[in-house]
Design a protein. Structure first.
Lengths: 447, 447
C-alpha cells in the first residue's frame, strides 16, 4: 500500500514539501509502518519534518507488543520526545513510558508541559493488567441536567481531543456516573430535551482495579464501543475504548497459546536465533530435569526391563497418549477459565465431566490397544498389560489435566502456567508408574 | 446482574406487564442470557410476551458459538420464527440460518416477508469464513455531492435500522466507493459544505471474497470501527462492524489453541462426557496409530535393547525434548502466519532463524545431558550417546516444527492443523531413529 521508494527518495533529497504531501496521504497506521522500517539516519530527518503532534499520532499506531520504543525515543531530542508524549492520548503515552527505562521516563516527565505530565502520572499509578492501566482520561462527560443542544455543543468543542465521541457518559453533581447517551441518541432527539430523559441509566461500568481481561470480556459480550471506568464510589475516572480491548484479547489469547506450547512469549522482536533461544531454553532445561526424573523412574525398573525388553517398545505410546489426553483436558479447563465460562458451571461439574470423558476415551483406546498388541505380538497378556495401562493412564491424565489448572486458578495463579509441556511430563511419570508397576507385579506372565 | 427469580415468578404467574417492565430494564445481552437459561415451558411464554422484533434483538445477543439455535427456533411457531429472523440484522440472521437444518431454513425463508428473504439469500451465497459472510447490508451510504446537512438528515432518518452510523461511506454515481466520513467529521463541519470536501478518500476496503481473518487483522491494525466490503469493481456491498471482528479474532485464537492441544473444537455445548469424548477420540485414535508406528520402530531395535536395557531409560527424555522443542517452533510459526507477520519477513529467514535456534538449544541441552548422564550412570559413552541424540533431535525437531506449518500454508492448508500432537509424534519417531541408530552402530562401546 505504501510507495516506499518514492518517500525514501524524498527524504534523502531533503524534499520537505514533497515528503509531507505524500506522507500525509497515508493512513496513520501505514505512516507508522513506514517510519518504523526506516533506517535510523532517515528517521532522524522525520523528526525535523514532523511536529510532535504528528509524531504522537504515529507512535499511537505502533503496536506496543511488536516494537521496541526505547531506541526510537533515544534518537529524538529530549524536548521533542517529551512534547510527542504529551500530545498523545494519555493511555498510549503511559504504554510507551512503561516500556522505556526509568531514567528516560523520568526525564521526559520533568521537561514535559506540567498538565500532561500530571495526567500521565495519575495513570502510571495503576497496576499493570488492570482496567485503570488501559483506560484513557480523554473522554467527554456531560451533566445530567444539560439539554441535547448543549451536549452537542460540548461534543463539537471537545471532538478533536476526545478518544471517542460516540458514547458520552452522564454524571450528576457529585461527578458520579449515572447514565450513558450515544451520539446516535443525541442526533435523533429533539434539541430541547434533557439528557436525563434520553440517557440510558442501565450503564455498565467497570472498577478501576478490575482485571483488564474481565473488562475486555464484558465489552465483547455487550458489544460496547466504550466502557466507563469508575472508582469504588462510582466516580467516573476514564473510559476504555474498543480498539484497546481488541489488543487485550489478542494479547491474552497469544499468551495462553504460547504457554500451551512452552514458549514464555513470542514476538516479532525475536529476530535473532540467540534471542529466540534465550526465551525457549529456560523451559527446555526445566523440562530436561523433569525428563531426567522420568528416566530415573524407568531406571528403577531396569531389572524388569532386562528380563522383558519388549516392554520398552510401548513406553512412548503410553506416555504419549497420557500426555495428549492431559493436554486436551488442560486446554478445555484453561479456556473455560479464561472465557469466564467456569462461573456458569460449578468446578465440581467440570471435574465430573472430565472424569467421565476419561473413562470413555480410556475404555475405547484401552480395548483397541489390547487387540492391536495381541495380534501384533501374539501375547494376550502383553496386550492386556498395555491396554490396561492406557485405560488407567487416560483416566488419571484427563483428571490431572483439568484439576491442575483449576487448583492454580483457586490460588490465583494464572492457570495457563500449568502449560502443555509440564502437564505432559507429569502425565509421563504417572503413566510409566502405572505401566511398570503392573508389569513388575505380574512379571511371571510375561516371561 | 439479573434478578432471575423475580422474572421467573412473573412469567409463572402470567404477569405480563410486570415481566415486560422488569425485562426491558435489562441490557439486551442480559435479556439473552436470561432467555437462554430458562426451561422450555417458560421460554414458550416469552414468545407470547415479546414481539418478533424484540425477540430478534435477543437472538442477536446470543453468542453463535456457544448456543444451539436449532431447538430454540423449533419451539417457536414458524411464522413467529420467520418474523424474528426478518427483523434481525441480516448478517446475524444469516449466522442463525447457517446453524439450522436445511428444511427449517428453507421454510422460514418461504414464509418471511420477501424483501428480507431476498437480502438474506444474497448473503447466504457468500462462502463461510469470507468477508462477505460476516458483513451486514444495513449500512448507510451517501452520494459524494450531498451537503453535510442532507447527510445528517439521511443519518437521522436511517439511524434506527443501520448497524452503525458512526462511519458513513461515500459513493459516486456508479455506486462505487470513493470515500468515508465519520459522524465526528459531520458534526464538526459547516452544514453547507459538500461531503466530497470533508470526506477522506484514503478509504481502506476489503474484497467480498477476502478471508474474514484478514479483514479482522486489518481492522485491528487500523483501529477501524467499520470496514467497507466491495466487489471487484469497487461497488459497495456491505460493511463489517467492529463487534463482529472481535468475535472472529476470538474464534480464530480459540481455534489455533484447540488444535495445538489436539481437540477439534471446544465449546460450552459439550455438557456431557459423551459429547466431549466424541470430539477428542478421533484425535486420540489417530495418535494411537501413530504411537503404534513409534512402538514398531523401537521394536525393530529389540536386539539392541535386549543387550543394553539401560537404553530404554532415556527414550521418554529424548522423545519428550524433541516433542517440546518442535511444539515451540510450531507455535511460533503458526502465530507468525496467523498474525500476518510472515509477510514482513521472508520464509527463508524464519527457517534460518529456527535452524540457528535449534543449534543453540541443542548444544546447550546436549552438553548438559552428557554431563548429567555421565555423573549418574558413570559411563561417558552413554552420556555422549544420549547428549548427542538430544543435540541432533533438537535441531531436526525445531526445523520440522517450523517447516511443516510453512509448507502447509504454502499449499493453502490451515497450518494449525499440523497441531501439537502430530508434530510431537513425528518428532518422537525422528528422535528415536537417531538415538537407536547411533546406539546400534556403536553398540560395542556400550556393552
Amino acid at each position: 500500500m505504501v510507495d516506499e521508494t518514492y518517500l525514501v527518495r524524498a527524504l534523502e533529497n531533503n524534499e520537505f514539501d514533497i515528503f509531507r504531501d505524500e506522507y500525509f496521504n497515508l493512513h496513520p497506521y501505514d505512516r507508522a509502518q513506514f517510519y518504523f522500517k526506516l533506517n535510523p539516519e532517515l528517521r532522524v530527518k522525520i523528526y525535523e519534518y514532523l511536529s510532535p503532534e504528528e509524531m504522537g499520532e504515529i507512535i499511537e499506531n505502533i503496536d506496543a507488543d511488536d516494537e521496541d520504543y526505547e531506541p526510537l525515543f533515544a534518537e529524538m531530542n529530549a524536548q521533542y520526545a517529551a512534547d510527542t508524549l504529551s500530545r498523545m492520548y494519555t493511555d498510549d503515552a503511559v504504554d510507551v513510558l512503561n516500556e522505556l527505562t526509568k531514567d528516560q521516563a523520568a526525564s521526559y516527565l520533568t521537561i514535559m508541559d506540567q498538565e500532561s505530565a500530571k495526567e500521565i502520572k495519575n495513570l502510571l499509578h495503576y497496576e499493570e493488567y488492570t482496567a485503570g492501566s488501559i483506560m484513557t482520561t480523554e473522554f467527554i462527560s456531560i451533566p445530567e441536567h444539560s439539554t441535547v443542544r448543549s451536549a452537542m455543543a460540548i461534543l463539537r468543542n471537545k471532538a478533536p481531543d476526545a478518544e471517542t465521541i460516540y458514547y458520552t457518559f452522564v454524571i450528576n453533581e457529585d461527578r458520579k456516573l449515572v447514565g450513558v447517551v450515544s451520539l446516535r441518541d443525541l442526533i435523533t432527539s429533539e434539541e430541547d430535551r434533557l439528557i436525563k430523559e434520553i440517557m440510558s441509566d442501565r450503564v455498565v461500568s467497570v472498577s478501576v482495579s478490575e482485571d483488564q481481561e474481565n473488562a475486555a470480556r464484558m465489552m465483547k459480550d455487550y458489544d460496547f464501543l466504550a466502557l466507563p471506568v469508575v472508582d469504588f464510589q462510582q466516580h467516573l475516572l476514564g473510559i476504555i475504548t474498543v480498539d484497546d480491548i481488541i489488543d487485550v484479547l489478542d494479547e491474552e489469547a497469544s499468551d495462553d497459546y504460547s504457554k500451551l506450547a512452552g514458549v514464555s512469549d513470542m514476538d516479532s522482536r525475536d529476530r535473532t536465533p540467540l534471542r529466540a533461544a534465550k526465551k525457549r531454553l529456560p523451559w527446555l532445561i526445566a523440562l530436561l530435569f523433569l525428563g531426567m526424573l522420568t528416566a530415573n523412574l524407568i531406571g528403577s525398573f531396569e531389572d524388569t526391563l532386562e528380563q522383558v525388553a519388549i516392554l520398552a517398545v510401548f513406553i512412548p505410546l503410553i506416555a504419549g497418549m497420557a500426555g495428549n489426553t492431559g493436554t486436551q483436558a488442560l486446554a478445555v479447563a484453561v479456556r473455560s477459565i479464561a472465557t469466564g465460562d467456569i462461573k456458569d458451571e460449578s468446578k465440581m461439574k467440570l471435574i465430573m465431566r472430565e472424569a467421565g470423558t476419561g473413562l470413555i476415551t480410556g475404555t475405547v483406546c484401552g480395548i483397541l490397544v489390547t487387540g492391536i498388541v495381541y495380534f501384533w505380538q501374539g501375547s494376550f497378556f502383553l496386550g492386556l498389560l498395555v491396554g490396561f495401562s492406557i485405560f488407567a493412564s487416560l483416566i488419571v491424565a484427563t483428571l490431572a489435566g483439568s484439576l491442575v489448572p483449576l487448583i492454580m486458578h483457586r490460588f490465583n495463579i494464572d492457570p495457563a502456567v500449568a502449560s502443555g509441556p509440564f502437564i505432559t511430563t507429569i502425565n509421563d511419570i504417572i503413566s510409566i508408574l502405572i505401566y511398570f508397576g503392573i508389569a513388575t507385579t505380574f512379571m511371571g506372565y510375561l516371561t
